[in-house]
Design a protein around this ligand. Sequence first.
Ligand SMILES: Nc1ncnc2c1ncn2[C@@H]1O[C@H](COP(=O)(O)OP(=O)(O)O)[C@@H](O)[C@H]1O
Ligand SMILES: [Mg+2]
Length: 248
Amino acid sequence: MIRIEDLHKSFDGQDVLRGVSLQVETGEFVALVGMSGSGKSLLLRHVVRLIKPDSGRVLVDGRDVARMPRAELEALRSRVGYVFQSGALFDSETVFDNVAFPLREKTRLGESEIRRRVMTELDMVGLKDAGAKYPAQLSGGMLKRVALARTLVRSPEIILFDEPTTGLDPIVVNSILALFEAAHQRLHLTGILVSHEIPEIFGIVQKVAMLHEGKIAAVETPETLQASPDPVIDQFVNGKLEGPIRYR
Ligand SMILES: Nc1ncnc2c1ncn2[C@@H]1O[C@H](COP(=O)(O)OP(=O)(O)O)[C@@H](O)[C@H]1O
Ligand SMILES: [Mg+2]
C-alpha cells in the first residue's frame, strides 16, 4: 500500500504540492490526472525518493520512504518499476539489451535465465521479433511497449508510470492500455499511472485521483468522476474551455 500524507513541496517560493494526501491500496491501479505543471511527475518522484518532501510523508507498506536507511530504500526500489516521462531507452543498445539491462545491472542471474525472462516479456508486449532492433527503428508505440517490458522484467510489485501513452495515436493508446490491464491482472500490481488519456485510462483503473492547485481535488471511481457535478472536475474531465480552471 502506498500512503501519501499531507505532502508539501515548493521550489523558489512556488508552492507546487500543498498538502497532497492519497492512498493506493495493494493491488489497485490509480490514474493520476491533472493539468500540465500541476505536479504529477513530482509526486511520483517522491514515492521512490528521487526527491524528498518539505513536509508530509510517503509511506510504502507503512514505512516512511524519506527516512529509510539506504539498504531499505534500495530494497524498495527493487520492488518498484518506475518509468518517468524522460525515461528513455538507450539508443545505442538493442531492444533486447534495453530490456535485459535491469536484470544485468541489479541481479546475478545467468545469461540464459536473462534471455528467457526478456523473451517472455517481449512476447507479452507483442515484440518478440524486435529484440535485435534499435530504438530508432521503432514507432512511438513500440518504444512505450519496450519501456513497459523493461519495467515488468524484474517482476515489480508496484509500478509508477508517467504518461505511458502520451503522443500516440488512439488505437495504439488502447493497445498499450490493454497491456497494462493484462500486466495488472497477471502480476497483481499496485500502480499509479499518470495520464492525460481521458476517458481511455478510466477503463483500466479502480480509482482516479485529480491533482489540482497542489492538492488532490478528488479521488473517485471512474464512473463517479465522470458524473461529478463539481465544476473543476467536470471542466477537466470533459476538456471544457469555460470553467473555474485557469489555463495558459
Ligand atoms: N526539481 C525541480 N526543481 C524546480 N522545479 C521543479 C522541480 N520539479 C518540478 N518542478 C516544478 O514543479 C511544477 C510541477 O512539475 P511536474 O511535476 O513536472 O508537473 P506535471 O507532471 O503535472 O506536468 C512545475 O512548475 C515544475 O517546474
Ligand atoms: Mg509530468
